[in-house]
Design a protein around this ligand. Sequence first.
Ligand code: FEO
Ligand code: CA
Ligand code: CA
Length: 630
Amino acid sequence: MKDTDTRHLSWDEWDELRRPAPGETDFDRVVAGAISRRGLLGGVLAFGSGAAAMGLGTLKGTTAMAQSSRFAFAPIAAQTDYDVHVPEDYEWGVLVRWGDPLFSDAAEFDAAQGGDPATADRVFGENTDGMELYEIDGAQVIAVNHEYVNETINLPNAPAESGSVVNSEEDATKLMMLQGVTVMEVRDGATGWEVVVDSPYNRRITHQTPMTLSGPAAGTPLMQTVADPSGTEVKGTLNNCGAGRTLWGTYLTCEENFNGYFGSTDPEVEITEGWARYGIGAESRYAYEQYDSRFDISVDPNEPNRHGWIVEIDPSDAQSVPVKHTALGRFKHENAAMVQAADGRIVVYMGDDERGEFLYRFVSNGVWEEGTNGSALLEDGTLSVARFTEDGTGEWLPLTPERTGMEMAEMLVHARMAGSAVGATTMDRPEWVAVNPVAAEAYCALTNNSRREAGATNAGGDAMEPAGPNPRPTNEYGQIVRWRPEGGDHGADTFAWDLFVMAGNPQVYDNEYGGSPNVTPGNMFNSPDGMQFSSDGLLWIQTDGDDSNEGDFAGMGNNQMLVGDPETGEIARFLTGPNGSEVTGLTWSADRTTAFVGIQHPGGSWPGEDGMPPRSSVIWVRRNDGQPIG
Ligand code: FEO
Ligand code: CA
Ligand code: CA
């Protein structure tokens, strides 16, 4: 392959890349864009001619950089063990594990049966994911997602000969109770942070919790089912992945891979075009349809239309009814990043995490005023999809009946098809979007796309050739794209974009798979996924990638959390998770001295004793000197 590694370029060579001669490749242009900003110059010097030219070892090299950076820690090395690691002068502990009681009437975790089925919705749920902390009348309350389950750990006694771990209605019900959302009060106790058991804020939301539908698709024929002819009341929120917070203090939980919960008791059921686009078929993952006809597409074909939405939850009221907002579109929602447009309208950025799917933006019609409940603003607005062009600019294409040829409810329920109709850019699996609080720019983690290549298409037949912010064929490492809206206004319809980082392995590759100049042997990672900005404008990046530490991933170690500086391009490793885990979900205590971090599906027996099953957990991390960290 062509050598496009730019880390050892002279100034002239680097400058040439900034003003490329004709005949450059797409990747040359992208790298040029990525390094043309004022800021990354610092990164190039520090990473390229600094640490490398001085012959420093990887960890020593990154430590040296940290001394001149905005990072208040010495970066840590990659790890491959079954534990959590944080920088020197920081400490961590476990806040809560799957199965820990939220209420005193729940049984303590019982490894023999994988937790008590009777109180599965009275304990902290499985596979912790996106989360946000709220300060409510002096209490600190965390809302946190439970994305999916680990069947063999949750149902350890399934008969081996059955071929399925779900063998009864009780099994299916237990799994339904372990997923959804937890709302819990937390406090800084004598031995570290802990859950306030029996707090009036504590709540579990599951696959059975009643909620309502809002917006243009609510009540339409597409939403009407056997159990709900009104098409306005739905049970449960499915596959809650990333999260978001509204400006008015509510929680947004995002329904991602909802398709896997639906199946058919009739194996001959005809799969519609709409089902196919969203990956809904006759076979489900958890066999729910065997025990609850709501999940049987041959009985209740519209039930899948009622999932795949952004759901708003009020963490201050454990009796409140969650609302699924149809105006924000139905797709495999990763997270929801809210910001205000210059004129006061509400803007929500959202990724659809599937190969070749799209990046979306919702803009409300009404404006939000400080101190008011803005929930109704999420019922009425314009949904758009992003189109990126090769020259570093892009635009938001509104999804309207006129442009898509689709009626409004159909357009929102099948937003992916509407996006295809207007020519959205196929992306490398858009995960979290994060909006910089101190600069007018937003970032999206494009986690990877093993199938991107000339001639490939997404599920809707849209081309997935390497181009624009998705320049690399067979992209196993991922990248982070950022965009700056025209005039610094997130409500504007055009933007300029570049790549903040192309992940890669510079130990293995001396070409585009080695990554952008701000990737080094000392900070390399793959598959960026979770992202949050801290209040100081630093970008925290979490990974969900290959942690084999072999082959193309040699030297990257376990999944991890890094910090990026948007101004310099520097990236440094802050935390590593146990082998087998994904690091996902990040929020801060009210005084910003503690970061809460999610460790999903760890391996080994983390964080317990030998012989215990591994359990997804939220940990707390803080500086020994008690100073703020975010
Ligand atoms: Fe649930 Fe796309 O991560
Ligand atoms: Ca994710
Ligand atoms: Ca992921």
